[in-house]
Design a binder for this molecule. Structure first.
Ligand code: MEV
Length: 313
């Protein structure tokens, strides 16, 4: 039996990095997906086929010896085979519409879709259980994850998220469009998160003040979202970008892209770990095309909120 699942990528509208240190974040899932298929095979091996490369190994290696991009899949496959006392290997294939390593949740979407597809070979599990497995798998490559990305990739929609407290969906369905532009500078979330940890240790008071400011900003953004106040959300997005500049996760290229995007959109900022990766700009039907035109020298595309989240079939 082939078990298949797909999960959306994500954009962090507000609160990346601060969320790792206990501040609330606002995230949404986007209409770009990763699909994972899994099936048992008689040979004693884990085999992975994907557009970033292929992998094959026996299921007995220590996880640290596995290349990091394949680690979550290997972790999930060996765990499920063991838990189900299956005398088999596993073949996994991955198809992705989400660029890798640019802050759009490709690794979280992989972990969520893989947790559902691989566990689904044996039995169907609830979304809460899949999320738990996906976060365990993500921790094999990024031990300090706040869990925000996997949560929005599992449940979809637009949500508030707080580490250790979980998520709460925002019930309104805002009709904004996001324009996402890729700096083409790859980043490692783990390294950027650890650079922010260093910043926090060296600048304790400044970091704690910034966390308080971010909390206030997010409360204001939540009320703007509930009132469909695009200009208000845009101003908050710009303010959030100033905080991200202060913690040192921006660079010249990202600043330039944001300046261009601010020309026609309501506001733009880095999304995800930063240090490279993507920026997004908030638009509606009136300024979507002009923002796309302004950003045309970069790889860019528009995205809407995905309300479905994890899908199994
Ligand atoms: C990465 O997409 C978001 C970060 O806040 C890390 C995390 O929340 O785990 C940088």
């Amino acid at each position: 039996m082939i078990s298949k699942a797909s999960a959306p990528g994500k954009v962090i509208l507000f609160g990346e990095h601060f969320v790792v240190h206990g501040v609330k974040a606002i995230l949404c899932a986007i209409d770009k997906r990763i699909t994972v298929s899994a099936q048992q095979i008689p040979e004693n091996k884990i085999s992975i086929k994907s557009n970033i490369g292929n992998f094959e190994n026996e299921p007995t290696k220590p996880i640290e010896e596995i290349q990091s991009e394949f680690r979550p899949f290997y972790y999930l496959a060996t765990k499920m085979i063991q838990e189900n006392n299956a005398n088999s290997g596993m073949e996994i294939s991955i198809i992705s519409e989400i660029p890798q390593g640019v802050g759009l949740g490709s690794s979280s979407a992989c972990c969520v879709a893989a947790a559902a597809a691989i566990s689904g070979v044996f039995s169907k599990k609830s979304k809460d259980k899949i999320l738990q497995l996906a976060i365990e798998a993500e921790k094999t490559i990024f031990p300090n994850t706040s869990g925000a990305d996997c949560t929005v990739c599992t449940f979809g929609g637009i949500m508030e998220y707080k580490k250790n407290e979980g998520h709460s969906k925002i019930q309104s369905e805002p009709k904004f469009h996001l324009v996402i532009a890729n700096s083409k500078i790859e980043h490692s979330t783990k390294e950027v998160v650890s650079a922010v940890q260093d910043f926090k240790e060296k600048n304790e008071l400044e970091f704690s003040n910034l966390c308080n400011e971010e909390e206030k900003l997010i409360e204001d953004a939540l009320s703007c979202i509930k009132n469909n106040d695009w200009s208000g959300i845009g101003l908050d997005i710009k303010k959030n970008q100033e905080f991200l500049e202060l913690i040192g996760i921006s660079n010249e290229k990202l600043r330039k892209m944001i300046e261009v995007a601010n020309n026609s959109s309501y506001g733009s900022k880095i999304t995800g770990a930063g240090g490279g990766g993507c920026i997004f700009a908030l638009t509606d039907e009136t300024n979507l095309q002009s923002t796309m035109d302004d950003l045309k020298e970069y790889e860019c595309f528009s995205a809407k909120i995905d309300y479905k989240g994890l899908d199994t079939f």
